[in-house]
Design a protein. Structure first.
Length: 456
C-alpha cells in the first residue's frame, strides 16, 4: 500500500491524515491546536505540525505530502530566512484602512478586479504589506521575502531550501498575483510595500515542490484551504460548496477566471488548473460557539435549543458581525440583536436566531456568486450541527447535501499528494462516502428581516 499525507494547517489547529494513495482509505490521523489570535508566530504552526505528524504515526512510510493551509496570512522573512514578526492572519482587520487606500490609489475596484480578479479587503496579503510599511517601517525594511502559511510550512518540511514555492490557488489570494495571466503583479507590490520583495515560485497543480528533509517523501505544491476543500469534497462542475468553518465561504469551480468589480466575489484560482470564484464571510462557526457560551450549553445543546424554537425565532434576529465582516465589507462592524420582546426572550429563541443569522450571512454569499447551482454541498465543522443542516434549506431556499463528515482540507491535500505520485492529468477520484439530503420550506420574511437589521 502506497501512503500519502495531507495537512490542514487552519486558523485553530493542525490536522494530518494518512491515506492510501489509490483508494483514499484513511489509515491514521493526528491533530494539534494552534494559539488563538489574529497574529501568530509561524513557529507555532511548525510545532503543531510536528505534534500532529507524531500523533499520526510519523511520515517514515509516506511517499508524498501536501500542505493545505489558511489563506492570505502574511509571513515576512529576513535575509537569513528568519521570521520578521508574527504573521498577520486573514481575520486580522487592522489593515482595513490600507485596503481602502490601495483600492483608491489604483483607480477603484474595477481596476483591481481587472488586475488580479479580486478587490482587496483587509484579509488580503497585499493590504497587510501596506499596513506593515506604514506602521512598522523597520520590519518592512528587514523583510526580504514574503510568503503564505502553506508556503512556509512546505519550505520548512523541505529543510529551508533556497527557493520557496507556492501554488496558483494560494497565490491568487495575495492581491498581487493574477489568475488570468498566471503572473505576479509586482507593480501592485511596489504600490503596497514601496519595493518588490522576493516571492515564492508558483508551481503547477501537480508539480513537485521538493523532498521532505526527514524521511524523503515527495512534497506536492500544497494550496489554500478552500482550494484543498474543493479537492477533498470532490467538487464537480455545477456544484457550489458552502463551508462553515472559522470563516464562511461559498465557492464554485469554473473553467474561466472571474473579475467582480463590486468586490463581493474573489476571483481565485483552484488547485487543478481551473478557477474558484469565492465569497467569504468572517463570521461562521464561531457565531455558534459564542451563542453556546452565552447560553452555557455545549454545541449539541445549542442545536437542540434551536430546533425547539419556531422558524424565524418569532422575529428575533441576530446580525452576526462579531469580528467585523468581509461580505459585506464592514471591518469595524459589531454583532447586534434585533426584535427582542418578552415573548422571544428565551434560550431557544436566541439559539435559533444565532443559527439563522449565521446562515443568512452565508445565503448572501451564495447569492453573490450569481449562479444557479446543480447541487449545494454543506461542509465544515459547523455543518456537523443538526440544527444547521435542518435550518439551512429554510434560509437558502433550496435543498442542501451534506457529505459524510471529514477533514476535507486535509483530505484534499492528501489527494493532491496522490496526484503528484500518479503523474495523471487529473487528480484521483476517491469515494467520499454517502451524502444526506435536507429539504424544507423557506421561512417567510426571514432574510428580509435580516437585511433590514443588518442595515441599522
Amino acid at each position: 500500500m502506497t501512503l500519502v499525507a495531507g495537512v490542514d494547517s487552519s486558523t485553530q489547529s493542525c490536522k494530518v491524515v494518512i491515506r492510501d494513495a489509490e483508494s483514499g482509505a484513511l489509515v491514521r490521523e493526528g491533530r494539534a491546536p494552534h494559539p488563538d489570535g489574529t497574529e501568530v508566530h509561524p513557529e507555532h504552526w511548525w510545532t503543531a505540525l510536528q505534534s500532529a505528524i507524531e500523533q499520526a504515526g510519523g511520515l517514515a512510510d509516506v511517499a508524498a505530502v501536501s500542505v493545505g493551509a489558511q489563506q492570505h496570512g502574511m509571513v515576512c522573512l529576513d535575509e537569513d530566512g528568519e521570521v520578521v514578526r508574527p504573521a498577520l492572519l486573514w481575520n486580522d482587520t487592522r489593515s482595513a484602512g490600507a485596503a481602502a487606500d490601495l483600492v483608491g490609489e489604483l483607480g477603484g475596484p474595477k481596476a483591481w478586479a481587472e488586475a488580479v480578479g479580486s478587490v482587496p479587503v483587509a484579509s488580503f496579503t497585499v493590504t497587510k504589506l501596506r499596513w506593515l510599511a506604514g506602521n512598522e517601517p523597520d520590519n518592512a525594511r528587514r523583510t526580504r521575502s514574503v510568503c503564505l502559511p502553506h508556503d512556509w510550512l512546505t519550505w520548512r518540511l523541505a529543510g529551508r531550501p533556497d527557493t520557496i514555492t507556492t501554488d496558483r490557488g494560494d497565490a491568487s489570494g495575495t492581491g498581487y498575483w493574477s489568475p488570468a495571466t498566471g503572473e505576479y503583479r509586482t507593480d501592485l507590490l511596489e504600490l503596497a510595500l514601496g519595493r518588490v520583495p522576493e516571492l515564492p515560485r508558483v508551481l503547477g497543480p501537480a508539480e513537485q515542490a521538493g523532498t521532505a528533509e526527514q524521511g524523503g517523501a515527495l512534497l506536492a505544491p500544497g494550496t489554500g484551504d478552500n482550494m484543498a476543500a474543493a479537492l477533498g469534497v470532490g467538487m464537480r462542475p455545477g456544484d457550489v460548496v458552502v463551508s462553515i468553518g472559522t470563516s464562511g465561504t461559498a465557492f464554485a469551480v469554473s473553467e474561466t477566471p472571474s473579475a467582480d468589480a463590486a468586490g463581493l466575489v474573489a476571483g481565485f484560482a483552484d488547485a487543478t488548473g481551473r478557477y474558484l470564484p469565492l465569497v467569504c464571510t468572517l463570521n461562521a462557526a464561531r457565531v455558534l460557539d459564542a451563542a453556546a457560551r452565552m447560553l452555557g450549553v455545549t454545541p449539541q445543546g445549542l442545536s437542540d435549543l434551536a430546533l425547539r424554537a419556531p422558524a424565524g425565532a418569532d422575529g428575533l434576529v441576530l446580525v452576526p458581525y462579531l469580528e467585523g465582516e468581509r461580505t459585506p465589507n464592514r471591518p469595524d462592524a459589531t454583532g447586534s440583536l434585533h426584535g427582542l420582546r418578552l415573548g422571544n426572550s428565551t434560550p431557544e429563541h436566541l439559539a435559533r436566531a444565532a443559527v439563522e443569522g449565521m446562515l443568512c450571512g452565508l445565503a448572501d454569499a451564495l447569492d453573490a456568486l450569481g449562479l444557479e447551482p446543480r447541487r449545494v454541498l454543506l461542509i465544515g465543522g459547523g455543518a456537523r450541527s443538526e440544527a444547521v443542516r435542518r435550518i439551512a434549506p429554510t434560509v437558502f431556499g433550496r435543498p442542501v447535501l451534506v457529505p459524510t463528515p471529514g477533514e476535507y482540507v486535509a483530505d484534499g491535500a492528501a489527494k493532491q499528494a496522490a496526484w503528484l505520485l500518479s503523474g495523471e492529468p487529473e487528480p484521483p477520484v476517491w469515494d467520499t462516502g454517502a451524502t444526506e439530503r435536507y429539504e424544507a420550506d423557506v421561512t417567510p420574511g426571514l432574510r428580509e428581516r435580516y437585511h433590514e437589521a443588518a442595515q441599522e
